[in-house]
Design a protein around this ligand. Structure first.
Ligand code: ZN
Ligand code: ZN
Ligand code: FE
Length: 763
């Protein structure tokens, strides 16, 4: 006697080979019925003997395809199932208001790589080989349900052979939407000065010999253009730096094999897993000493950012060969500060002055996605830039709420949209400081809202009135007549950390929120904050003592000014022996002193990032920075091992006063103690300060859970030492992993706060 099952599967189940998997499973078990993609997931009807149905349902949950992420399975028994004689894959059905999560782009799988290298395969050396388990996804999807006509592959008609594979349920390319071959799919071309100089294999070979000769190439990657050259060619590296107007920021590197990375960097097991993961992110690795890579790749860094090829084209272009370079610069295709180029014409225009040649192809990129940047801290992945391979995977959203739009911060912006129990934290957008990035922000929001069918009913943004993200949220809330919430920057950091770590209640914790800049409730620039709170509210229990930020941005770019401002505010002389004193000429110092004394254009700040800048300048490491965080990073990189001493802070009613620290630091500096030791003692001092304030709050409030958030925690030395101290003192410590600790995580925190605050205001 046959019965039936009606099954609905939700999660990432489209574009990951789910229907072929279901098909095989049904046929193996001798079941009849159908499977289809709907706009809410995958729907299945199966009919057959009871035991076989049970097997089917069991295997469905136990052995799904590797890239599928099943969120829920609803199984219902059907008493009188419709009779059919076979199992079929039906047309997709689309309900406009339903939505399903979309898979991020996935790096080429081993099977496809194997075929690509097999001379007898019809896709031998074809740069766009892919299958149901690999290939472009998010970057080529224009709308849902995920089917070929709704991707940028719609312009390519499948040849009979590809179509046969696409339609054959036993084929591993069954319903692989980007399926293609040399006869019917995208092709590469090589361009010079606006002219096509070669196509297909010849384009590839010419591009390779250009790389061998030290030329610079713009390469159309998965989510945008990249700039490539031989990393061992110091002249080419210097040329990219000059032409991109990017003076010190490190360049990412790519090699075709992990063994080549090992020549330049130390890799532990977790780092290896991350490098080889299907996301293929950039992984920051400890640089090996004594290698011959030009210092200009990553000036002043103890780490190098490496990634492995993520597309077949990368594999072909960088394929190892005798006398061929083995390490390549693989940096984003943009002028510094602008978003990465992803449209061909735009790339031709913007990258023309940077590169010698363009290696491009005719498969359009629909959504721009940068390379992701990660590292491993305390054996856990630590995502610094969440983009290709990770977005648009959703994060858990623990609060029942109408859909929320969270605008994010200004620097390293990402936005967040929620629907039900899912939070779509967008890919990295960039610094919202120019019109191009703002445009990319608005396009991104529109795309996510369309793909995930989200119509936000609640808006939330930063307290800072001048952030472009704040203005956008403001204008939109007004236009659409939606409630708008303003969230303090460090409160958002705290909430992001709590939510990522599944803190579900509104029980308060100790939030150590350390970063460079965030607009405070008192309009000062916050950044060295000890908060007590959770989603609904927070109290600012302690903060770094306010100091003036003379000239605002001028002091951010010139840590020497910050060091002098710190010394002035703690009552110490600017002695002529100090490196930071020498960094400014007499006239500059005179103006600075007047600025400080008369409080001219000198907003107050409690920023921990600025205290790191000041220390770096004072110790003599960096007086002027070319990118955010440079002074602190270079100080972290020279730290002496095994140094345990630290300097005291004065803990006041609410102030954390660094004067005693400066007194000791000045003494040590004048005694000629090495920079590496001073840098270590400074880091130890901050970790010890955190321990002491946490102990104080525990005594007062009986709280023992501590959340560490904010960009300063990207500092690995500081984070690991602070964790050790707090854990030894029996604190429960949470910190970031999947959500960036920097401002890339702000939007997620804003959304969590808005959901909680809206609940109160409504009730
Ligand atoms: Zn594949
Ligand atoms: Zn074909
Ligand atoms: Fe921040």
């Amino acid at each position: 006697m046959n019965t039936g099952l009606s099954i609905k599967v939700k999660g990432i189940v489209q574009g990951v080979g789910f229907r072929p998997f279901v098909y095989h499973l049904a046929v193996e078990n001798g079941l009849t019925g159908w499977v289809l993609n709907s706009s809410s997931g995958v729907e299945i009807q199966v009919t057959g003997p009871q035991a076989k149905l049970d097997d089917f349902a069991h295997q469905l949950t136990q052995n799904p395809p590797p890239l599928a992420k099943i969120e829920s399975i609803l199984v219902e028994r059907v008493a009188n199932p419709p009779q059919s004689f076979s199992f079929e894959i039906h047309e997709s059905v689309c309900n406009l208001e339903d939505f399903i999560p979309i898979s991020p782009d996935i790096s080429i799988c081993d099977q496809c790589l194997h075929e690509m290298k097999d001379p007898s395969d019809r896709r031998y050396r074809y740069p766009f080989i892919n299958c149901t388990n690999c290939g472009p996804r998010f970057s080529i999807i224009e709308d849902i349900p995920y089917d070929r006509p709704k991707t940028t592959m719609s312009a390519f008609n499948m040849c009979p052979k590809c179509l046969a594979e696409y339609l054959d349920p036993s084929n591993r390319r069954f319903h692989a939407q980007p399926v293609a071959c040399p006869d019917c799919g995208p092709q590469i071309t090589l361009e010079q000065s606006g002219h096509i100089i070669a196509e297909k294999e010849q384009a590839l070979q010419l591009a390779r010999s250009a790389l061998r000769d030290g030329k610079i190439i713009a390469l159309k990657g998965l989510g945008g253009y990249q700039i490539v050259c031989d990393a061992n060619n110091a002249e080419s590296v210097a040329q990219i730096r000059g032409r991109k107007k990017r003076s010190d920021k490190p360049f990412a590197l790519m090699t075709s094999q992990i063994s080549q990375i090992e020549k330049y960097a130390i890799i532990n097991d977790q780092e290896r897993n991350l490098l080889l993961s299907s996301q293929r992110p950039i992984v920051l690795l400890q640089k090996k000493s004594g290698t011959n890579l030009p210092e200009s790749i990553a000036p002043g860094q103890a780490t190098l950012g490496f990634m492995l090829p993520n597309t077949p084209l990368h594999h072909l272009l960088l394929e190892p060969e005798t006398d061929f370079p083995e390490v390549f610069v693989m940096t984003s295709g943009n002028m510094s500060e602008e978003p990465i180029a992803y449209k061909d014409d735009d790339a031709r225009q913007r990258l023309e002055s940077i590169v010698d040649l363009f290696l491009l192809h005719n498969r359009p990129i629909h959504m721009r996605v940068d390379d992701s940047v990660t590292r491993v801290i305390n054996s856990r992945p630590f995502i610094l830039r969440r983009a290709r391979g990770f977005a648009p995977d959703f994060l858990p959203f623990h609060f029942s709420s109408q859909s929320i739009f969270a605008a994010g911060a200004e620097l390293k912006n990402s936005f967040c949209l929620t629907r039900d129990d899912q939070a779509y934290l967008s890919h990295h957008i960039g610094d919202l400081e120019n019109i191009e990035t703002l445009q990319s922000y608005e396009e991104g929001i529109a795309h996510y809202e369309k793909l995930f069918r989200i119509h936000p009913q609640i808006m939330v943004c930063d307290l800072h009135p001048d952030y472009l993200s704040t203005r956008y949220a403001n204008a939109r809330a007004e236009q659409e007549q939606k409630p708008l919430y303003f969230v303090q920057h460090h409160h958002a950091h705290l909430a992001a950390c709590l939510a990522e770590n599944n803190h579900l209640s509104n029980d308060p914790v100790i939030g150590i929120c350390f970063d460079g800049t965030g607009y405070g409730s008192d309009q000062a620039i916050w950044g060295g904050e000890v908060l007590i709170g959770s989603y609904r509210q927070f109290v600012r229990r302690f903060h770094l003592k306010y100091v003036p930020l003379p000239g605002g941005d001028l002091s951010i770019r010139n840590p020497a000014r910050m060091a002098l401002a710190q010394l002035w505010s703690c009552g110490f002389e600017w002695q002529p022996e100090f490196a930071c004193t020498q960094a400014l000429c007499m006239e500059e110092r005179t103006v600075l002193r007047i600025q400080l004394e008369k409080q001219i254009n000198s907003p107050l700040t409690s920023s921990m990032g600025r205290l790191f800048d000041a220390a770096s300048a004072f110790i003599g490491i960096r007086q002027h920075v070319n990118y955010e965080g440079q002074a602190a990073i270079e100080m972290e990189n020279i730290i002496a091992q095994g140094e345990n001493s630290y300097y005291p802070f004065k803990i006041g009613q609410s102030d954390l006063d660094p004067a005693p620290m400066w007194e000791r630091l000045i003494h040590d500096y004048l005694s000629g103690i090495p920079q590496a030791t001073l840098a270590a003692r400074f880091h130890n001092s901050i970790a010890q300060l955190v321990l002491r304030v946490c102990q104080k709050v525990r005594e007062e409030e009986s709280l023992s859970k501590v959340a560490l958030s904010g960009g300063v925690w990207q500092n690995r030395v500081l984070l690991t030492y602070t964790l050790q101290l707090l854990q030894e003192a029996d604190f429960e410590v949470i910190w970031h992993s999947q959500v960036p600790t920097n401002d890339g995580g702000i939007a997620y925190g804003q959304a969590c706060i808005a959901a909680n605050v809206h609940q109160i205001t409504e009730s």
